[in-house]
Design a protein around this ligand. Structure first.
Ligand SMILES: Cc1cc2nc3c(=O)[nH]c(=O)nc-3n(C[C@H](O)[C@H](O)[C@H](O)COP(=O)(O)OP(=O)(O)OC[C@H]3O[C@@H](n4cnc5c(N)ncnc54)[C@H](O)[C@@H]3O)c2cc1C
Length: 374
């Protein structure tokens, strides 16, 4: 199998790397952390002009018909630059949900032109990593619905123009059936948002839905059939996150190798000590394994075979979680006390890797998913 990138993918990678090298990184993160929304609307506009927001959508929808591998090419560059803009939440998750539900091409058009930001509120405090554990309810009210509940850690939930919310339309809290998806405006009456910064310098919000009334057109896809869409969104998000993590690990590896060549101890650069070379060789191996698994996930995430898809996606998430932790810990350790400081970029990449491990299920969760599918 030829696993090399096509000419188009190389162009996409080069333009994304140029963009993040010029605009992103730890300095930008420190600046954006202090801003109101935590990211740059100007960068978002540029990302729209570069066509990146159109990547996964079909040509009929005004998109570029890109594959999961194409998305990974972008996400790897974003990981290298600690990009803060809501690509994952708006394009991969929100856009992915609209695409899977069908019939929302006008909203997809708005995503592509950069005028619509989306968030997906799938998690609840009691649910751990189970997408089907949904206590939020939606009950019929005339033609429309009334939604009540609490959604936790909604990524970019503070800046999103619309939020896709999972709610139970039938069954009990942990039933796999009976979950529906609704799209709610940010200004909906009864919707309360409590925003906060996350450990990696990004933003999230707790959402409280107090009898939020929506019309019949708020329902995305079929009533009671929302879980299949959520699972697809989750698998695509995991795949994209794996690629982002690979980009972050590469920075940690390169930075660490570079640093050990300059830091002198016992009269010579510490990179000369064999024991440290072994550590960096181990970091390299972890990075390579993570990169390969991220590619496998991208190649299989759209597979019709649910077992093949589960094994590829969960397998990649396990490897990324383990490798990210190893590479991050070694990078901090080899940088010594400096590795712990806010001034150095190392800690920021490690925090992002830590967050990626937790998102959509950590190592333990996906090891169980993998075992169940194997
Ligand atoms: C990359 C790096 C960054 C660090 N940054 C910090 C920091 O910011 N702040 C901080 O407090 N500490 C820092 N350290 C020091 C580290 O914390 C100490 O190495 C550790 O606290 C001491 O551990 P140790 O004595 O158990 O073992 P080791 O560090 O392995 O040393 C054991 C002893 O062996 C001898 N020894 C080992 N190698 C040689 C050699 N090549 N030539 C001569 N004698 C040798 C020395 O006498 C040494 O005391 C850093 C270390 C490294 C490798």
């Amino acid at each position: 199998m030829d696993l090399s990138y096509s000419d188009e993918q190389i162009m996409l990678r080069d333009s994304a790397e140029r963009f993040v090298d010029a605009n992103c990184g730890a300095d930008n993160l420190r600046k954006m952390r202090a801003s109101e929304e935590g990211f740059s609307r100007d960068y978002w506009k540029q990302m729209a002009e570069l066509g990146w927001l159109a990547l996964p959508f079909t040509e009929d929808q005004g998109g570029l018909d890109g594959t999961a591998v194409d998305t990974n090419v972008l996400m790897e560059a974003f990981g290298r630059g600690l990009l803060l803009e809501p690509y994952l939440t708006t394009v991969v998750m929100g856009g992915g949900a609209l695409k899977a539900a069908g019939g929302a091409d006008d909203l997809i058009g708005q995503i592509i032109e950069g005028s619509l930001l989306l968030a997906v509120a799938y998690a609840e405090p009691q649910a751990r990593f189970d997408l089907f554990d949904v206590a939020t309810t939606a009950r019929k009210d005339g033609n429309g619905w009334v939604i009540d509940g609490h959604k936790a850690v909604v990524l970019h939930g503070d800046s999103a123009d619309k939020i896709i919310v999972s709610a139970r339309t039938s069954g009990d809290r942990r039933d796999r059936s009976g979950i529906s998806l609704f799209i709610i405006d940010r200004g909906a009456s009864g919707l309360e948002r409590r925003a906060y910064p996350t450990v990696d310098g990004s933003r999230a919000a707790e959402l409280f839905l107090n009898s939020v009334q929506v019309g019949p057109d708020a329902l995305l896809g079929e009533e009671d059939q929302g879980l299949a869409i959520l699972e697809k969104v989750s698998d695509n998000a995991i795949t994209a996150l794996c690629a982002e993590a690979v980009g972050a690990m590469k920075v940690l590896l390169d930075t660490t190798v570079e640093y050990t060549k300059t830091r002198e101890q016992f009269g010579q650069p510490i990179a000369k000590f064999q024991v440290l070379r072994h550590r960096m060789a181990d970091m390299m191996m972890e990075y390579e394994q993570a990169k390969s698994m991220a590619l496998v996930a991208a190649l299989k995430v759209d597979s019709e075979d649910p077992i093949e898809r589960r094994k590829a996606v969960s397998g990649a998430k396990v490897q990324i979680g383990k490798s990210g932790r190893f590479v991050g810990q070694q990078a901090v350790q080899l940088h010594g006390g400096m590795g712990m400081t806010d001034e150095l970029s190392v800690g920021h990449y490690f925090k992002r890797l830590t967050m990626i491990d937790i998102l959509f299920g950590n190592v333990d969760h996906h090891l169980k998913q993998f075992s169940a599918a194997a």
